[in-house]
Design a protein around this ligand. Structure first.
Ligand SMILES: [Cu+2]
Length: 138
């Protein structure tokens, strides 16, 4: 009886282990006509129990992929490399317009609203993590 009750509690609380690194809400901005570069956004949560270091990204659909951070200071907007990016245990890092983004350059084909774009997040001491992002019109 006790075992049975315990398993019910585990079921209710979701005993399925969360992935060590969880990516949710991934999307890619549909680029305006005649532009090549675009950006991907997502939320990354580190459940691994350890600090992880995001080292970069790559995609079969793009010739160059980088992790950038957009900052605006004194009215001037600039993008800088954000890697290596340390993510502490239990920390969530939000990639969003105007901030961190996966810079997608040199596309190998055009993309449109509703398409899926695959890219991999590369970590310093972990296996790459494949992310499937949906293309959305801004
Ligand atoms: Cu950028």
């Amino acid at each position: 009886m006790r075992t049975c009750l315990l398993s019910i509690i585990l079921m209710l609380t979701g005993c399925a282990p969360r992935p060590a690194i969880e990516v949710t809400g991934a999307w890619v901005r549909q680029p305006p006509p005649h532009t090549s570069a675009t950006a991907g956004y997502l939320q990354l949560t580190n459940n691994s129990g350890d600090t992880v270091v995001l080292a970069g990204a790559r995609s079969p659909h793009y010739g160059r992929v980088m992790i950038h951070r957009t900052t605006t200071a004194d009215g001037v907007t600039t993008m800088r490399h954000a890697t290596p990016l340390r993510v502490g245990d239990s920390e969530t890092v939000v990639f969003e317009p105007g901030g961190l983004h996966v810079m997608l350059m040199q596309p190998r084909h055009s993309i449109t609203d509703g398409d899926e774009v695959v890219f991999e997040l590369l970590f310093a001491e972990r296996e790459p993590l494949t992310v499937t992002a949906v293309v959305r019109a801004p």
